[in-house]
Design a protein around this ligand. Structure first.
Ligand SMILES: [Zn+2]
Length: 95
């Protein structure tokens, strides 16, 4: 299933702040689950909690949308995100 209401997330500064997929260092966007912002990588089916109440658009989301998102996120594996400030296990190629 292709998520339809994922919010595109190209801003690099936020991917640094909120983390990125530990497999590839990218994110496809995020979903709101209540005040929680869950980021995903579609390619690796990973998800991680990026933060709480960082973006106001969670308030516009309906309960029905949240249920669909919750069901979709069950297919994704929760991971520890890669963050540039922290030295995690993510390896930059060429090092
Ligand atoms: Zn990935």
């Amino acid at each position: 299933m292709v998520p339809t209401n994922v919010i595109p997330f190209p801003e690099v500064q936020y991917s640094i702040r909120c983390g990125a997929c530990p497999e590839c260092g990218k994110t496809d966007g995020y979903f709101n689950v209540g005040k929680e912002h869950w980021f995903i990588c579609r390619e690796h089916k990973t998800k991680w909690l990026g933060g709480y109440n960082l973006f106001d658009n969670w308030k516009e989301q309906t309960v029905a949308q949240t249920e669909i998102i919750n069901e979709m996120l069950e297919d994704y594996k929760e991971v520890l995100p890669f963050r540039q400030q922290e030295k995690t296990s993510f390896k930059v190629s060429g090092e």
